[in-house]
Design a protein. Structure first.
Length: 399
């Protein structure tokens, strides 16, 4: 058997416990908050709701929304809104209309339809009244227009018809066919009818011009070719440059003697006076600078017995001078405004033609035979040809 260890005869002394030091006792200091005793002179006291600040805000928001709904839907103040239900006059999407809302909506629709119907009826009645008034204040007139005057009345691209409508105020001018129909107020129809009749009878109408004036110039028919010009070039030039209508009358075929006919001028007053000067100058000298720019003329005193030498047989000498010197030679007649021989053309050509005519007259006075061509104006005449109409006024008839 194993030997048992020896037990100590003496017990171990107990360990010493550390001595705890007493903690110093801190003195409590009482902090006194500043305060004020209410003596009742300050503002009113706040009433405690017993709710938290967050809850108070929620309640205030609900009350505000209810007040707004009441004001919008005319809800009595003592009627409360039920959360989740629409207030009267409102509709929540996805839910049926509030009790009574359908009836109110139907009434509103009917009232709106009734108002719209009344407005439409008033508009129709007003339109019918205006139409009746227009019918009572409207008239029409028919004018038969000769076929050869239809273009004159209508004007280029309808310009005359448009002008008449604008200045008279007529409603319509129907130009289909040869009977024109004018529709509109009575006074406007009368003015338009007068304008169309002027176009038919005169070729112009007074309402087309401001400060309108109509004048007449007495002109002998022998001057009409000079006023008209080849293919109307002269008269068109007068109308274009001065803006005046010029109407040349028809001359009877059997017209003879010194009778003059009236050429009508119509347009603005100042322009008409200017055209009178132009026509008088053309009737006197055969041209005017307005229609013949750069032209001049020379007057020559020629005894009447020398006219036959100046004209030549069948008008050959006169034709020779005009063709070779590019001038116009006007031999005066008893009705001519200028009683001298007038040579018209460019100044250089007029000077040369005048020199040649003086030689012809010298030869006539000295009974010289043949023609003097020392100035180099050669003309291989050949056959004289037939006498033309424009020569007749210059021909000297020997007895």
């Amino acid at each position: 058997a194993k030997a048992q260890p020896k037990q100590s005869s003496a017990k171990a002394a107990p360990k010493k416990q550390p001595v705890k030091e007493e903690e110093p006792v801190s003195e409590k200091v009482e902090i006194v908050q500043p305060f004020e005793i209410d003596d009742g002179k300050s503002g009113g006291w706040e009433q405690s709701t017993g709710l938290s600040k967050k809850k108070e805000k929620q309640v205030a928001k609900i009350k505000y929304e209810q007040e707004q709904q009441r004001l919008a839907g005319n809800i009595p103040a003592n009627q409360k809104a039920i959360p989740g239900l629409a207030m009267p006059g409102q509709h929540i999407p996805g839910m049926g209309p509030a009790p009574g809302a359908a009836k109110e909506a139907a009434k509103a629709v009917l009232a709106s339809a009734k108002a719209a119907g009344a407005a439409a009826r008033q508009a129709i009645e007003a339109a019918e009244a205006a139409k009746a008034q227009e019918s009572s204040n409207s008239s029409s007139a028919q004018i038969k227009v000769p076929e050869n005057k239809i273009g004159v009345v209508i004007g280029p691209k309808g310009s005359n018809i448009k002008m008449i409508q604008e200045k008279t105020g007529v409603t319509r001018i129907d130009t289909s066919g040869d009977v024109f129909v004018i529709t509109g107020p009575p006074q406007a129809v009368s003015l338009a009818e007068l304008a169309i009749n002027e176009l038919i009878n005169k070729g112009y109408c007074s309402m087309a011009f401001e400060d309108f004036k109509e004048e007449f110039v007495a002109v002998h028919p022998t001057s009409f070719p000079d006023l008209i010009g080849k293919e109307g070039v002269v008269i068109r030039g007068i109308k274009k440059e001065l803006g005046v209508e010029v109407s040349i009358p028809s001359v009877p075929k059997n017209a003879t003697g010194s009778k003059k006919y009236r050429v009508t001028l119509a347009g603005k007053k100042d322009n008409v006076e200017r055209v009178k000067e132009v026509i008088t100058h053309i009737a006197t000298y055969g041209y005017h600078e307005v229609t013949h720019e750069g032209f001049s003329h020379a007057e020559m005193e020629v005894p009447g017995w020398c006219y036959s030498f100046l004209i030549g047989k069948g008008g050959s000498e006169l034709k020779h001078i005009q063709n070779n010197y590019r001038v116009k030679v006007n031999i005066p007649r008893e009705h001519s405004l200028c009683q001298n021989v007038v040579v018209v053309g460019a100044k250089h050509d007029v000077d040369r033609a005048q020199a040649y005519i003086e030689k012809v007259l010298w030869n006539a006075e000295n009974a010289s035979k043949g023609r003097d061509r020392s100035d180099g104006a050669e003309d291989p005449w050949g056959d004289e040809g037939e006498e033309e109409d424009w020569m007749k006024q210059y021909m000297y008839k020997r007895k």
